[in-house]
Structures are given as structure tokens and as C-alpha cells.
Unconditional design. Sequence first.
Length: 391
Amino acid sequence: MTLNILIAPSGFKESLDAEQVTDCIANGIQKVLKDVNIRKAPLVDGGEGFTKTLVNVTGGTLHYLEVTGPVGEKVQSHFGFLGGSSVKTVVLEMAAAAGLRLVPRDLRNPLLTTTYGVGELIKAALDAGAERILVGCGDSGTNDGGAGMAQALGVKLLDEKGKQIGWGGSELIKLKQIDLSTRDPRLDQVQIDVACNWHNLLCGDRGVAKVFGPQKGASPEIVAQMSLALEHYAAVIATDFGIDVREMSGSGASGGLGTGLHALVGAKLHPRYDIVMQYLELDSLVSQVDLVITAEGCIDFQTPRGKIPTEVAKRAKSYGLPVIALVGTVGEGAEINLQHGIDYFTSILTHPCGLSEAINQTATLLTDTAEQIARLLLVGEQIRRCNINAW
């Protein structure tokens, strides 16, 4: 009997994109299982690979350019035009201008990194004639609340002396007034939709500085400083525009970029899968398979808060399908995912190793782990046959 398997993974941050992860898992399975039909659905959630994936599935075009990176140096970036759309739609991802991958490990201080390059990407989209801009939020290396992005688009963020504040989250504490009078006027004529993690908040107990700051290189002292700066930023926005962004859904996306896009640029925030699934065929594929395999760099207590493995599992469970997750690391509270549709998860790491070594070996580790999963499936099939014969 042919086994139908859907492979629907995320990319592994700073290592492999979703397409590469999909291919590695498929290669491992096919080393063992010959009578297998593999369907591939590499997934994106607004982070790395968002632009290229949506351009590919719609038959669009990619455009390359240089922008200001998160530490102030120029980096190669890109945006794309979606194909098949009656509205001239540009898709871009903040990770291509201010992602964690672009921050050297010895410079990872989210008090200092900037989203200025994201604003330059948006400006390039406007220059190219975009009528709609689709922004993916994820995999950020910043925590500036989208301030740099807004400054690149002409927004003035002024201190008490009426001077522009500098780049980086630490500068937000100096903010006194926000002046939109010099903002790029073309922003008023274009629709901007943002695909973001709806669970990410700017402030409060689940504020983005506390939840994601340590992943970006923040010490406990820096986390406290960032939290205070973002609280102040939210207070100024409330005073100047009457918008309460502190615990608004999606406000904390990408180090608070969601806040800047919404409050300072006029973008509309959306739960990211409401956007992504308009272009990907996951739901139709799920209905045609027997098993779903997903993957991500880490699984922990935060995974059910909008990460790809549990989103895949939720959809698979609507068809009663088993779900396996292959992950880089198993973090704190990972077992909670067993209550969210994932039936089995395992790390691809086979021996203790440093992060850089693991990143360099991800392709091999994924392929090998998928091969072992396939062998277990083969054993399960043999047991099933023995039981049938015995009966």
C-alpha cells in the first residue's frame, strides 16, 4: 500500500530555508520507503523566505537592491511582485533588511539594531509603482518598535529639543513627539497589509522585549531597558495619535515593527496565516495524505503561540491525521505541543555540539533523522502486517 506523506516545515533560522528543509526530509524518507508518495508544502510565516516563496507560488518576479542593515552597514536585500494579481502587489519581508541572520554574533545588542532598511524596502516598493504592499514580519534582529523603518519613510521622531532621535531601541526613551508632516505622501495612496504573529505584544508581561529579547542577545538588564523604552514609545503614540498599542494584537511583531507599521505608516495588521494560506495549498494537500511531517528550529512552550508546527498540526487534526515534528532543539515546556496536535517530536541533534556546528550540519542531521523516522514507520507497518496475519 502506498503511504502518502505531506512534508510541511518551516525553515531553520540562520541555516536552511523551508524548501531546503522539505527536500532534506524527503530525501531521508526515500532512502527507506520505496512505496511512498510525498507531497511538499514548504511554509513561511512572514520571516525568512516569505518573499521568495510567495513570488514563486504566484509566478511573480524578484528584484534585488541594497539597503541599510540592522547594524547600519549596507546589505543585499530584495522584494518581489506577486504574479496573477489585478492589483500591483509588492511582497517584502523585514528579515531581508533587519533579520537576525544579518546581525553578526558579536554585535547582537537589540538596543542598537535598526529597522531603517525595512523603510528603504517600502520606499523602493513605492518607487516601483506598488498599489499594495504585503509585509512579512518575523525572524527579526531588532527591537526598535519600527522607529527606524518610519524614519526612512520621512517620519520625524523628535526628542525634547526637537531633534531626531538616533537608531536603535535605546533611543526610544528620548522620544517626545512624533511628526508625520514629512512622511512619504505616497503611503496614503497604497494599501499595506502586514502578516504577523498575532500573539506578539509590544508591552506587558508578554511584551516582545521580555519574550524575544534574549534570543537577540539581550541580557536581563537590556531586557528591562528595552521594556521601559517600548512602554515610553507606546505612551507617546497614545498621546500623539490616541492609539493604544501596548497590548494590541500583533503590536510586538518583529521587535515592535508591527506597532510602527500600524501607528506611524497606516498599515493593517493580520494574523500571519490568514495572509499566507491565501497563497499556499496546505489545506487541500492535507486532505490527500496519511501522515504529516513538519519541522522547525526549536520547539518549546512558545510554539503553540502562532508557530508553524502547531498551525500545521491544527489543520492536520481536522482530518484526524498523525503529525510528527522534527526540530533542532527541544526547549522548555515542549511537551505542551502534544496537546496541540503534534503526536511526536524529536530533535535532529545526535550528539552534543555547538550552535555553529549544528547550523553547518543541519542538512545532514535533518536527512538522517528523517531516515530514522522512515525506518520506524517501516517497523510499524511490519507489526501491523504481523497482527493482521495472526488475526
